[in-house]
Design a protein around this ligand. Structure first.
Ligand code: SF4
Ligand code: SF4
Length: 73
């Protein structure tokens, strides 16, 4: 079973400094600052491009990747 939520960027609010770099970089404007921390405000806009993960200087954003093993027939 695949949980779709696992495909969204995860933002660690404890690590986030609120610099806003990921928000500036996100090509689809899916991110916003909420109470001084980055948040995926519009997950439906996220294309999973990983730009936010690459730009974050605090290492606060992680994109989980799912590896599906296909059994041999
Ligand atoms: S993965 Fe890409 S589209 Fe999704 S929030 Fe990050 S920068 Fe925006
Ligand atoms: S780039 Fe990283 S530290 Fe800066 S607002 Fe985004 S998640 Fe927070």
């Amino acid at each position: 079973m695949v949980c779709e939520e696992s495909w969204f960027p995860r933002i660690d609010r404890h690590l986030c400094t609120g610099c806003g770099d990921c928000i500036t970089r996100c090509p689809t404007e899916a991110l916003r600052l909420v109470a001084g921390k980055a948040a995926l405000a519009y997950p439906e806009l996220c294309t999973y491009c990983a730009a936010c993960e690459e730009v974050c200087p605090a290492g606060a954003i992680e994109l989980p990747y799912l590896i599906v093993k296909v059994p041999h027939s």
